[in-house]
Design a binder for this molecule. Structure first.
Ligand SMILES: Cc1ncc(COP(=O)(O)O)c(C=O)c1O
Length: 400
């Protein structure tokens, strides 16, 4: 259960520019296999779906393969994989559709740990429906989202609980199963944002208790495509707005317009790539994905320890949050320097990191840092190695 970092890194043409890509939480690089799958789809000839000729059949096959791939990645049913442009757009679509049955006095529970894409679509849908929003709060010094608070937040009017599987800035991985169990006991649906979690850990949507699980391929070395995974039977109960001429089948009725077929070929290639990260992994693609993502987690967690220890040893560096279970994502400030200045200095040393709120809108406000430029985020994914960490630490240590 080990990763061959040399060959993994060699698979990524973008890494040849010599930068330390510690910005994976905002979007990962893609391996050659994904690039050639996308190019290959165009080269082979594709058409719109459902036609009588071979190029159309190739697009049909690409779409079905992408659904199977996403299902293998997260442990879902391919017939319940809704594909779309990104998680935000899909979440707005589901918020709109689900809230059509909400009534005045109904309640939804959101968390301040979440990316705004799993907050604002629900807030706005609740406003339209006259439903009440209740908030799960973050234990700020720790950066934790305690599950017990849901006991008092949930009631018989709760219709939906939206919660993240991992914070995109602090890395916090809340006890999602404990939260969704409480939500289900109250009769509510659960919408789990897996965008940040998916590239960092083996995912099983059933173990999460996620009625809906959202993920974005560009965070796991794929193209800019989002997906929401749900049970087909649940999707059958939901009626999104759609064209009269478009199919009413599930999951297609949630997918408006013509899909980016070539990019979808890249989604499948990305899952195949992830499944092959641990070259010793065997079995079905699902089994190889689970083994590889476990190996990824072990690798990045080891580097995270080095990163956290290194940053903690640097004078003036303040780490935000110390969650027990987290992705390899850190959020920090450096005394005397704005987050933007830190990011610019790191960029001058060939180290790519993000500065700002990173759309963790509620959390950065709760932390009291949103109006001061928030903080700097650095994160590790499967292709990052010790040299990336060392370069970040060396560059930060130059700031005095
Ligand atoms: C945790 C999390 N949720 C949601 C999103 C939004 O995803 P998308 O860009 O696919 O809309 C992001 C993007 O950064 C994210 O990190």
């Amino acid at each position: 259960m080990t990763l061959d970092l040399v060959s993994i890194r060699a698979a990524y043409p973008a890494l040849r520019d010599g930068h330390a890509y510690l910005d994976g939480a905002a979007g990962t690089q893609v391996p050659e296999s994904v690039i050639s799958a996308i190019a290959g789809a165009y080269e082979g000839g594709i058409g719109n779906v459902g036609g009588a000729f071979p190029a159309s059949a190739r697009s049909d096959a690409i779409v079905e393969a992408a659904r199977r791939a996403v299902a293998d990645l997260v442990g879902g049913d391919p017939r319940g994989v809704v594909l779309g442009p990104n998680m935000t757009t899909l979440t707005y679509r589901f918020a709109y559709a689900l809230s059509r049955t909400w009534r005045t006095g109904d309640e939804i529970v959101l968390s301040r740990l979440d990316h705004d894409a799993n907050v604002r679509p629900w807030v706005q849908a609740a406003e339209r429906a006259g439903a009440t929003v209740r908030w799960a709060e973050v234990d700020l010094p720790a950066g934790e989202l305690p599950a017990e608070q849901y006991d008092t937040l949930l009631g018989d009017r709760t219709r939906l609980v939206a919660v993240t599987a991992a914070s995109n800035i602090l890395g916090t991985m809340p006890d999602v199963a404990a939260i969704t169990r409480r939500a289900h006991d109250a009769g509510a649906l659960t919408y789990v944002d897996g965008v940040h979690a998916t590239p960092h850990t083996p995912v099983d949507v059933t173990a999460f208790g996620a009625d809906f699980y959202a993920t974005s391929a560009y965070k796991w070395s794929g193209p800019h495509i989002g997906a929401v995974v749900a049970a087909p039977a649940l999707l059958e109960t939901i009626r999104p707005d759609k064209l009269a001429s478009a199919t009413d089948d599930v999951p297609e009725r949630f997918e408006t317009g013509t899909a980016p077929f070539a990019d979808l070929a890249g989604v499948t290639a990305a899952v195949d790539h992830l499944a092959g990260l641990d070259s010793g992994a065997a079995g079905t693609r699902r089994e190889r994905v689970l083994a590889s993502m476990a190996a990824v987690e072990t690798h990045v967690q080891a580097e995270l320890v080095h990163l956290l220890d290194g940053l903690a040893a640097l004078p003036g560096v303040r780490l935000i949050g110390a969650p027990r279970r987290r992705t390899a994502t850190v959020y920090f400030t450096v005394d005397g320097h704005t987050p933007r200045a830190v990011a610019e200095h790191l960029a001058s040393r060939g180290v790519n990191v993000w500065n700002g709120h990173n759309y963790a809108w509620e959390l950065t406000a709760a932390l009291g840092i949103r109006d001061q430029g928030s903080a700097v985020r650095a994160g590790l994914v499967h292709y990052n190695d010790r040299s990336d960490v060392e370069r970040l630490l060396a560059a930060v240590s130059e700031l005095r």
